[in-house]
Write a protein that binds this ligand. Structure first.
Ligand SMILES: [Zn+2]
Ligand SMILES: [Zn+2]
Length: 412
């Protein structure tokens, strides 16, 4: 019943237009190809339905498909939850602790950020995911993460079926000669399936195997990243705010101790905050339980300080120590840089050794910022802005990056 009642909760179904985007089109095609091929392969060639195990296998495959699509569509259509337009905190005095969003004509509630793609302020925004063409945030965090777990599991099952189908079908047809491998597709197998395993079926299975393995690895990585976010109750954006906070405190030597307010103290509590039996996470997305040393506005005040600080000493300055060609998934920058490329359509910027970049945000493996261009280019309005691998840059030290007159100005 839980499942059915959840199914009719697709309140935002009018947003079907979200499907008209490369992300959902590719994601749904991969799901369709892998599940259809796995079912066809197992029913016709590998595990016919006239055996109990074959039937269980068939039901399992169907089960993966249903669960994957259920979580995928919920992540997409339930959405992250948006801050109501024109939102204000209950106590008007609290507005001094919050940033104002001119587009939404309201204050940004704690943990919310404005998404340029969604054009709304998003509750507990983590990132905008092009694959669901929506933001990953408060309301859909559990659906999104369940999808990231189920997709690799389903794809591994499918990959097993593809490998076994090809192995059993080709086993007696392959002959090895001196420097040749021959596959005789005309040979008849001992038991006669409904259809012979033809060359197109072989090609389709091989193609689906590639998709299934690729999905297992790529989506599996994303699952671990999101689990870390959930178990620490710290979104990717908040990790960056924390890093900047430590940087600011160290720079001005204010003696403050930064305590991240939303970590509930244990992984299990953080987990239960997002994953609930009803499918809806705890809380209204506007107010959050916080650490005993903090209050509702600890992090938003830190954000305001950082914003004020930006005017004084600009963003964190980095210098390129390695060349980078601007590829989305660079092959020569390490395994993690390759797999953890940010899931966004924002550009990547090529770097040459010695160039200076002002970084505004980043992940553990990637950073986003503006390259400092020559005076001439600046006058012509050239702006080079985008992502680059973190390992290609090194932080500049303030005694060289910031000038003396600003370094003793404290922000409190
Ligand atoms: Zn907004
Ligand atoms: Zn968004």
């Amino acid at each position: 019943m839980n499942f059915l009642s959840a199914l009719v909760r697709f309140e935002n179904l009018h947003e079907v237009r979200r499907l008209c985007h490369w992300g959902p089109i590719i994601a749904l095609s991969v799901i369709a190809i892998c599940s259809t091929m796995a079912i066809i392969d197992s029913v016709i060639w590998y595990w016919p339905l006239d055996t109990t195990a074959g039937s269980i296998n068939f039901l399992m495959l169907l089960n993966w498909t249903v669960l994957i699509l259920y979580n995928y569509f919920n992540a997409m259509f339930v959405g992250p939850g948006y801050i109501p337009l024109g939102w204000k905190p209950e106590n008007p005095k609290d507005t001094q602790f919050l940033q104002y969003c001119r587009i939404c004509q309201g204050y940004k509630a704690p943990r919310s950020h404005h998404c340029r793609k969604c054009n709304r302020c998003v509750m507990k925004m983590d990132h905008h995911c092009p694959w669901i063409n929506n933001c990953c945030g408060h309301l859909n965090h559990a659906y999104f993460t369940s999808f990231l777990l189920l997709a690799p599991l389903g794809c591994s099952h499918a990959a097993f079926i593809f490998v076994m189908t090809m192995y059993t079908q080709l086993y007696e047809r392959i002959s090895f000669g001196w420097s040749t491998v021959k596959i005789d597709m005309s040979a008849v197998r001992q038991f006669q399936p409904l259809m012979p395993f033809s060359v197109p079926a072989f090609a389709a299975t091989l193609f689906a195997l590639g998709l299934a393995l690729g999905t297992t690895i790529a989506v599996g990585m994303l699952f671990f990243i999101q689990m870390k976010v959930i178990l620490r109750n710290k979104t990717s954006i908040e990790s960056w705010i924390e890093e900047k906070a430590k940087d600011r405190i160290q720079h001005y030597q204010t003696g403050e101790e930064f305590v991240f307010p939303y970590d509930l103290g244990s992984r299990w509590l953080n987990f239960k905050h997002v994953f609930t039996l009803s499918g809806t996470p705890r809380g209204n997305g506007l107010e959050w339980p916080v650490h005993s040393k903090c209050h509702q506005y600890t992090l938003t005040i830190e954000q305001l300080k950082q914003k004020a600080d930006k005017r004084v000493r600009s963003q964190v300055q980095y210098q390129a120590v390695e060349d980078y060609n601007g590829a989305c998934c660079p092959l020569n920058k390490g395994f993690r840089t390759f797999f953890r490329t940010p899931c966004t359509e924002e550009p990547r910027i090529p770097l040459s050794k010695g160039e200076t970049i002002l970084a505004t945000r980043g992940t553990k493996w990637w950073m986003y910022g503006d390259k400092i261009v020559s005076e001439e280019e600046m006058r012509a309005g050239v702006r080079v802005r985008g992502w680059f691998p973190r390992r290609c840059v090194e932080k500049c030290h303030y005694d060289t990056a910031a000038n003396e007159s600003t370094s003793d100005k404290k922000v409190n």
